[in-house]
Design a protein around this ligand. Structure first.
Ligand code: SF4
Ligand code: SF4
Length: 446
């Protein structure tokens, strides 16, 4: 099918500097094993995996370390052959300590990986859903939502379109870009599974216009018998967000607090799709992922296939950092959280590690905050058509419930566009994160 350029996009949005030039052309390289891997049993939304190994046990690369604890949970696999040194608490990106497996890889641990029973695309929907859960696959774009749950579409919500999200609108990140260039067979195979499981009639691979080489390569190699097309969208942040993508591609509005499923679509990240296509035909589990390591604070920037559980400190030692490194983001700088410690590991949802120096962070962190001047820029930027200025005033007054009840706070998906454009440097998105946490806690307590 023809690749089309779709000039239509979602409403509002912003244009932060893309900053992808340095790594976009760098092929994916294998990252070495750290001397001690830290594999949290919670790397996904839902219940932690239940450990199925004991301290002192030898494991082989790809062996299950943890099995899903119920439907809303996924398996964990050994990223290297080695010895389980300890099962215990470890720091996580949320700042909380979580249970996990400390694994000491053998110096000789090779890239060979344990294989299980293959599940091919002719298997039943139930078998494929179970295989995705057993493979431990979650949304690799950052959300880490269990993929088997997302794809297990209920009968009363028929889906006609599967959107394969290769937009990668976060500045600096080039993970999905490289996957689309280097793992096309995996992407196409993954799409076959996605179509089979969801019952969607067609797939759209969505790509922004700053990755035309990937769009062209995918278009040229698209198998004739695959009901898929490649659509190129104008560059705009946060176009990779599900609701924005559905609006841009299908002209459908996902309702407030709703899902793409409510309008007949599902969205799945392109790297997640590639993992389905790479792992299921071999009965393997996910034990590594592609991560962009970049930012002005990094010397050896690149796109690396990284064992899950690699601690940030080891990454920084391997790639080399500048003396004035001040802040490291897990994911892109717009939505990714800043790492509170270098002891936290790369997990399945880590699409990038972006390191900034004093030069960049000083510009933001040392800038004073001024009162709102009612310029309306945040209102023009918000892709959810909220009024961040008004919400900001309510947040300062701690009127969190009012923000939710009367001003659609819970529709905010923390894209950071409002903070990005605010000339008064008001930390709007931080206010909204805090407010949402408070509203959720209150709802739980009631
Ligand atoms: S962070 Fe929330 S309020 Fe701000 S622009 Fe994004 S969706 Fe709108
Ligand atoms: S962008 Fe900042 S200053 Fe302008 S209206 Fe919004 S909150 Fe106020």
């Amino acid at each position: 099918m023809l690749s089309l350029f779709k000039s239509k996009t979602f409403g509002h949005g912003v244009h932060p500097p893309e900053s992808k030039e340095t790594t976009r052309k760098l092929p994916i390289r294998q990252f070495p094993f750290a001397p001690l891997l830290r594999i949290p049993l919670t790397q996904h939304l839902g219940k932690p995996a239940q450990p199925v190994v004991r301290e002192g046990q030898e494991v082989v690369r790809g062996q299950a370390l943890g099995q899903p604890d119920g439907y809303m949970s996924v398996a964990m696999h050994a990223p290297a052959s080695g010895v389980v040194k300890r099962i215990g608490l470890m720091p996580s990106i949320t700042g909380q300590m979580v249970e996990g497996v400390y694994l000491e890889p053998y110096p000789s641990s090779s890239q060979e990986v344990l294989e299980g029973d293959p599940v091919d695309v002719t298997a039943s929907k139930e078998e494929i859903v179970a295989a995705i859960q057993s493979a431990g696959i979650v949304g690799l774009g950052g959300a880490a939502f269990p993929t088997h749950v997302k794809l297990n579409v209920p009968d009363d919500k028929p889906v006609d379109t599967a959107i394969i999200n290769g937009v990668e609108c976060e500045p600096y990140l080039t993970t999905d870009h490289r996957v689309m260039l280097e793992q096309q067979a995996d992407v196409f195979m993954g799409i076959r599974y996605v179509l089979k499981v969801t019952g969607a009639e067609r797939a759209i691979i969505a790509i922004e216009a700053n990755k035309l080489d990937a769009a062209d390569a995918l278009r040229q190699n698209l198998p004739d018998d695959l009901e898929a097309e490649v659509l190129v969208l104008p560059v705009k942040y946060p176009q990779g967000a599900e609701k924005m993508l559905v609006a841009a591609l299908l002209d459908r509005q996902v309702p407030s607090r709703g899902l793409p499923l409510d309008v007949g679509a599902i969205c799945i990240n392109v790297a997640t799709t590639a993992e389905i296509g790479r792992l299921l035909p071999h009965g393997r589990g996910i034990q590594e992922r592609v991560v962009t390591i970049t930012g002005p604070g990094v010397e050896k920037k690149g796109n690396y296939r990284m064992p899950i559980g690699t601690p940030l400190r080891f990454i920084m030692d391997e790639v080399g950092v500048t003396d004035d490194l001040t802040r490291v983001f897990m994911g892109g700088p717009m939505m990714g959280p800043a790492a509170s410690s270098l002891d936290i590991p790369v997990v399945k949802g880590t699409s990038g590690v972006v390191a900034f120096t004093e030069r960049e962070t000083g510009k933001v962190l040392d800038r004073p905050t001024y009162p709102c001047i009612r310029c309306g820029r945040c209102v023009d930027a918000c892709p959810m058509f909220l009024n961040p200025s008004e919400l900001g005033v309510l947040a300062v007054n701690e009127s969190y419930q009012r923000m939710a009840d009367d001003h659609h706070l819970m529709d905010c998906f923390e894209c950071g566009s409002c903070s990005f454009v605010c000339p008064s440097n008001i930390p709007l998105v931080q206010y909204f994160r805090m407010a949402k946490t408070s509203v959720r806690k209150a709802a739980k307590a009631s």
